[in-house]
Structure formats: structure tokens, C-alpha cells
Design a protein around this ligand. Structure first.
Ligand code: HDE
Length: 683
């Protein structure tokens, strides 16, 4: 195989990565120069109690490398986790785009997807109330295409020049570096109140979307309006969506905060384990398409990144599916070193004048230069395209390619004027020839000025529990703000969205409630409510609380039914090891009440056991009650029912009581599919 085929492209991504993989297990220890090392415990000294000697090259090399092991974390999206997978289009998109990877349903395009939180540092808890990054690199045969999106379809600002201000406001405050990975502080809300274009995104950020149950259960959005360009040169405006096959689900805020303590790696563990178990996460790619001629047909500017195109007005067409099927081998080499860029496009996909997108086109390469230490980051294994790449770029830190020959300029005669440009007809990228004219001006179009109508549309679209969660979220966040002036400014601002909302949290934080007035916006978009998402039991995690002498046959039958429905069960008990039940049944405890917690599960099966097992019942009762307060499905055997005697739990929605194992299992699975039981009364 020539170099071109294995490292510089024309191979599968996995084969390409394989050239760089190494397994040190079973090998002899050497220096980086390949010299075998005879001693790795004691440095070279002048006498056993003497000073260390400079000539100990192994010590010096080992320590120097260690001293340089860290690189700057991403200024935003530092905390992330990624996986490999593949994408397949359902049918040719030729009518809209000539992008090669969107033509042939039989073609599989390798992808690498990195999910992230935005505000926190690299080691922060994953259940922060925050937007999630959803960045996908498609390794297409025409070059890498990066769809660098979020799980929220709009953004805080309309012009990239404001991004440093937003991020300074959202990050921990500089004088005391608090709070970590949180928006509940003065500078963030001061920014919001004084930059009212943020209203719509803040609504999403205060909604359940900002605390997803799993990376596998959240939507993704390209946010900006892009262009599709077909082989006739015709352009359509397009917005991109990822729709998770498992539906879109969230946790509740109390749970999120507890998960951050119990398992700060909750989201990455969930993704890692799902892939290891063969439960490959799937997302359908959706597009909303608007013909160029219709650019001005809407009551908002379609280039404004604080606006959605309501799905009821512009339907989302599902055009393909992405499956994540392989975990990384090394988080640093792959997840940390991957370099996304919204400017990485392929023929058939192009930009619009969205001023946020335009600024991003500058920022991403710039950030990689400092983060990855020079201009050769495209040579890192994870960033290499799978197609060949050739140009006259040379040298720079960490250069790996050994370019042969004396010529590194265009035009030339010595190399026959190669590498040579390719015509558009032959696959060369040609920028879409959009007509532009105007004065050079530092201003914003008036068509970007309506900051509240879609924020109200979002509010109108929420179910009752979702609205309650939002009022609670605002109350929490502003409850942590010290400045009464900022608190009041935020109340007054969100009175423009909904007086019900602003009133709700003004009361909780002791601010002056706004006067009731009608926003005049009555429209809603059912697609925005997570209540209307798909409900599926697959891959949900159930804690099975098992005590001594549990009801053997019944419990084993229920566990079989749960497994058959794709539900995962973990046995939790007072001690690790075997637990004996009736009729010779035996279960093995995976966790104790010390190492497990209800917040790490989707549902609880309260099995119970013998009455004398007092310690078990005490610990299990708290576990069950906490799950109940988080609206989770609960199933109980006859013995487990003893755990339900608080707050009328027994007769509450989503609480299923045992008896006939078959019916019980079906009812319990149905309750698990529902995800949460919001109609439950929590005292
Ligand atoms: Fe980013 N963003 N961003 N961003 N962004 C970065 O690039 C930036 C924006 C998004 O997993 C940085 O490599 C500017 C919107 C994701 O590696 C940086 C603006 C959306 C990721 C940067 C935005 C995003 C980043 C930091 C305002 C959703 C993580 C490290 C115009 C559509 C990608 C890096 C990964 C990362 C700049 C706004 C998504 C500094 C200037 C809107 C998912 O270049």
C-alpha cells in the first residue's frame, strides 16, 4: 500500500487510524529513541545518597515529556466525549445538493461525533444546566465535512463579535473563579438583561433541554442557515437537525445536581456503556429546506441565528441515519485532539451571511492553532481526511508529512504545474456566487430586531410540567444572583416573553412582579415540547432492590421480561455478593446502597425480601422515595410494597404493584417507556 492509500487517504477511517495505533502491552520498555531501558525506578545518582546526574537521559526524557502532557483546553466546550460511527443517506438528495455523501443510500460515510457541555472546564460535572455541543465530522470521499452544532437550535447572540463577551459573562467570575460550569451567577444574567437578543436561547437554556438524560436522547441542530447547492448550481437554504431514535428526554434539576456529585461522568459513562453493550446510539439527519425565492416570506429573518423555522411551517425531512458504533481507543489522541470547524465543507454545502456563522468561520482555525500547537493539526490521525490531500503547504511545528521534490509553489513548470486545481465539473469546490452589494457598515439589519416573539412561541409550546420546570429554573438561577438590580432587569425583560413566567419567578426571588400584559403571540409549535417525543423502553436502566429471601420465581420472570424489552437491570442490595431467594433463586448484587443511588437510574423495581432484613428496608426506602420525587417509574412486589407507604406513593401514577408477574411486567415496561410521570403529586 502506498503512503497515499494508508495515511493520506483512500482507506477506511478505521484502517487509517490503525496505522497509528500501538499497544505497549507485552513490549520492552524503551526511550523515545528506541534504546532499551534497564532501570525505571531509580534515577542515576552520584552515590546512593548523592545528587541526581544530568546525564540520566532516560530520567530527563521521561520527566520532560510528563511536564508537557497538557495542552490548553477548549475555551468553550472543554468537557466532551466522543465516539466513532457511520452515516447513510436514505435516498439521493441530488435535487438539492451535489454533496457526494448525500447521493447513494448504499454508501457508508465514517463519522466521529463529540458531545460536550459549553461553559465548564475539562473536569467539570456533566449534568450542568447548559447547552450541549453536538459536533459531527463526516469523513467523506470529497473531504471532511464538519457539522458543528448544539442541542439547542438557536444561539444567545446574533453577531460573532459578541461571543467573547458572552463567554466572559458565562464563565466563572474572574475575581474568584466561581461558579464552575453554571449560569447561576451575576455576570451571566447581567449579560442576558443587557443583551436582549439572548431571550429566545435563554428560554431553551432554562428548559429541560439543558439537562438531557443522555447524549443518546438529545436532538442536535446546525443552528445557522446553510446552503445546499445542486449540480445545476441552484441553491436552497437549509437547516440541519439530528433526531435521536430513542426520543428526547431529560432529568429533573434536583437529580442533575445530585448526579454531578454521585457520578460526574454520567453522560460519558452512559454513551460508553451503550456502545460497549452493542446498543448503538442512532440519530436521523433531518433537513428543513427553503427555496432561495422564499427568503423573505417569513415573519423573521431566516439568517437570524436566534430564530427557528417552526417545523409545522417548514417540515423536517429525515434524510439519513447516523449510528455510533465504536468507542475511542484513546481519549486524548482522538476526542481531545479532534479539530472541528464549521468552515470544513464539501462541494454541495455552502454558507450564508448569518453574521454569527461568518465569525465562526474565522474562530475555529485560530483556536486550533493555539490549542493544538501549530498549523499541522490536520495531520493528526483523527483529523486526517480519508481522501488524498495534496497542496503546497509546508513545514511548521510537528510536521509529519515528508513531501518529496523541490517544488512547493503554484504556478510551476518543474512539476508540470501540479498539484493542480480541479474544475467545478470535476469536483473542485466553487463558492456559491451569491450577489452581494451594500455599504461597509457596522450595524445589524432591522429584520433581526424582534427578540421576543419566538421566545413566547417557545413558552406557548411547553406542557404544564415543562413550564413549571422553567419557572423553577429561573427561580434557582436568579435566586443565586446577588444584585437586586440584575434580578429586576431579568424579570422586566422576560415580562416581554410571558407575564406568567416572569411573575412566577419574580415571586420566588422577591422581585417586583411585572404588570400583566398580553404579548400578542398566540402561536405554538408542538414539535418543541419534549412531551411529544417518542417514548421507548430500550436501554433504560432499572435499579432492582433485592433483599434476603426475595420471591424467586416471580422476580426472575420479571427480570427476563425486562431484558426481553431491551431494559437493563442492575441489582442493588445492602452488601455485594450472592443474594438467596425462594425456590433456589439467586441473584448477584452489582451495587450496594453505598455505591448506587436512585439518581443514576431511570426506574426502580422494589423487590424487597424477608421482613427481618431491617437494614435493607431502611436504605431501600430512601432510594425508592427519592426516585418517586423525581417522577420515575416504580414497580414493587408484594414484599416491596412496604417501601411505598409514604405520601400515598402506592396509588400514584407510574407506580406499578406486583401480583401476576406477566401483567406486572407489561405494566411496568409501559410505565418505564413513559420516562417520567409528571402527573404525580409530590408533597
Ligand atoms: Fe463554537 N467554538 N463558537 N459554537 N463550538 C468552539 O472551537 C465560536 C457557536 C460549538 O467538540 C471553539 O475547537 C464562536 C455556535 C461546538 O470540539 C471556538 C462563536 C455553535 C464546539 C468556538 C461560536 C457552536 C465549539 C472552542 C460565535 C452551535 C465544540 C474550541 C460566533 C451551532 C467542538 C474549538 C468540539 C467550539 C468559537 C458559537 C458549537 C473558540 C466565535 C452558535 C459544538 O473556536
Amino acid at each position: 500500500m502506498s503512503n497515499d492509500q494508508n495515511v493520506n487517504g483512500n482507506s477506511s477511517k478505521d484502517e487509517q487510524l490503525d496505522k497509528f495505533r500501538t499497544d505497549d502491552r507485552g513490549k520492552q520498555l524503551t526511550t523515545n529513541q528506541g534504546v532499551k531501558v534497564s532501570e525505571d525506578e531509580f534515577s542515576l545518582k552520584a552515590g546512593v545518597r548523592g545528587p541526581t546526574l544530568m546525564e540520566d537521559f532516560h530520567f530527563r526524557e521521561k520527566m520532560t515529556h510528563f511536564d508537557h502532557e497538557r495542552i490548553p483546553e477548549r475555551i468553550v466546550h472543554a468537557r466532551g466525549f466522543a465516539a466513532h460511527g457511520e452515516f447513510q443517506v436514505y435516498e439521493s438528495m441530488k435535487e438539492y445538493t451535489k454533496a457526494g455523501f448525500l447521493q447513494d443510500p448504499s454508501k457508508k460515510t465514517p463519522v466521529f461525533v463529540r458531545f460536550s457541555t459549553v461553559a465548564g472546564s475539562r473536569g467539570s460535572g456533566e449534568l450542568a444546566r447548559d447547552a450541549r455541543g453536538f459536533a459531527t465530522k463526516f469523513y467523506t470521499e470529497e473531504g471532511n465535512y464538519d457539522l458543528v452544532g448544539n442541542n439547542i437550535p438557536v444561539f444567545f447572540i446574533q453577531d460573532a463579535i459578541k461571543f467573547p463577551d458572552l463567554v466572559h459573562a458565562i464563565k466563572p467570575e474572574p475575581h474568584n473563579e466561581m461558579p464552575q460550569a453554571a449560569t447561576a451567577h451575576d455576570t451571566f444574567w447581567d449579560f442576558v438583561a443587557n443583551n436582549q437578543e439572548s431571550a429566545h436561547m435563554v428560554m431553551w437554556a432554562m428548559s429541560d433541554r439543558a439537562i438531557p438524560r443522555s447524549f443518546r436522547m438529545m436532538e442536535g441542530f446546525g443552528v445557522h442557515t446553510f446552503r445546499f447547492v445542486n449540480d445545476q448550481g441552484k441553491s436552497h437554504f437549509v437547516k440541519f437537525h439530528w433526531k435521536p431514535v430513542l426520543g428526547t428526554h431529560s432529568v429533573v434539576w434536583d437529580e442533575a445536581q445530585k448526579i454531578n456529585g454521585k457520578d460526574p461522568d454520567f453522560h460519558r459513562r452512559d454513551l460508553w456503556e451503550a456502545i460497549e453493550n452493542g446498543d448503538y446510539p442512532e440519530y436521523e439527519l433531518g433537513v428543513q429546506v427553503i427555496p432561495e425565492e422564499d427568503e423573505f416570506r417569513f415573519d423573521f429573518d431566516i439568517l437570524d441565528p436566534t430564530k427557528i423555522w417552526p417545523e409545522e411551517d417548514v417540515p423536517v425531512k429525515l434524510i439519513g441515519k447516523m449510528t455510533l458504533n465504536r468507542n475511542v481507543d484513546n481519549v486524548f489522541a482522538e476526542t481531545e485532539q479532534v479539530a472541528f470547524h464549521p468552515g470544513h465543507v464539501v462541494p454541495g454545502i455552502d454558507f450564508t451571511n448569518d453574521p454569527l456563522l461568518q465569525g465562526r468561520l474565522f474562530s475555529y482555525t485560530d483556536t486550533q492553532l493555539i490549542r493544538l500547537g501549530g498549523p499541522n493539526f490536520h495531520e493528526l490521525p483523527i483529523n486526517r481526511p480519508v481522501c488524498p490531500f495534496h497542496n503546497n503547504q509546508r513545514d511548521g511545528y510537528g510536521r509529519q508529512t515528508i513531501n518529496k521534490g523541490p517544488v512547493s509553489y503554484h504556478k510551476n513548470s518543474l512539476a508540470n504545474n501540479t498539484p493542480s486545481p480541479t474544475s467545478e465539473a470535476e469536483g473542485g469546490f466553487k463558492h456559491y456566487e451569491e450577489k452581494v452589494e451594500g455599504r461597509k457598515i457596522q450595524a445589524r439589519s432591522d429584520s433581526f430586531n424582534d427578540h421576543f416573539s419566538q421566545a413566547t412561541l417557545f413558552w406557548n409550546s411547553m406542557s404544564k410540567p415543562e413550564k413549571e420546570h422553567m419557572i423553577h429554573a429561573f427561580s434557582f438561577e436568579l435566586g443565586k444572583v446577588q444584585s437586586e438590580s440584575v434580578q429586576q432587569q431579568v424579570v422586566d425583560m422576560f415580562a416581554n416573553v410571558s407575564t406568567e413566567l416572569a411573575h412566577g419567578f419574580a415571586e420566588a426571588i422577591g422581585a417586583n412582579p411585572p404588570e400583566a400584559h398580553d404579548t400578542g403571540v398566540t402561536k405554538s409549535s408542538p414539535a418543541l415540547s419534549q412531551e411529544n417525543t417518542k417514548k421507548k423502553p430500550e436501554t433504560r436502566k432499572v435499579a432492582v432492590l433485592v433483599g434476603k429471601d426475595f420471591n424467586g420465581p416471580e422476580v426472575l420472570a420479571v427480570l427476563d421480561s425486562l431484558k426481553a424489552a431491551g431494559i437493563q437491570t442492575e441489582i442493588v442490595s445492602s452488601k455485594l455478593g450472592k443474594i438467596k431467594g425462594s425456590d433456589g433463586a439467586e441473584l448477584n448484587a452489582d451495587f450496594t446502597f453505598l455505591t448506587a443511588d436512585s439518581v443514576l437510574f431511570d426506574a426502580v423495581y422494589a423487590v424487597g425480601g424477608s421482613d427481618e432484613d431491617k437494614a435493607f428496608y431502611k436504605e431501600a426506602a430512601y432510594f425508592v422515595y427519592e426516585a418517586f420525587t423525581h417522577y420515575k417509574p416504580i414497580g414493587a412486589t408484594q414484599e416491596g410494597k412496604k417501601l411505598l407507604n409514604v405520601d400515598n406513593m402506592e396509588d400514584s401514577p407510574g407506580v406499578v404493584k406486583g401480583g401476576d408477574a406477566n401483567n406486572f411486567a407489561n405494566d411496568f415496561i409501559e410505565a418505564i417507556s413513559a420516562h417520567r410521570h409528571w402527573d404525580r403529586e409530590i408533597v
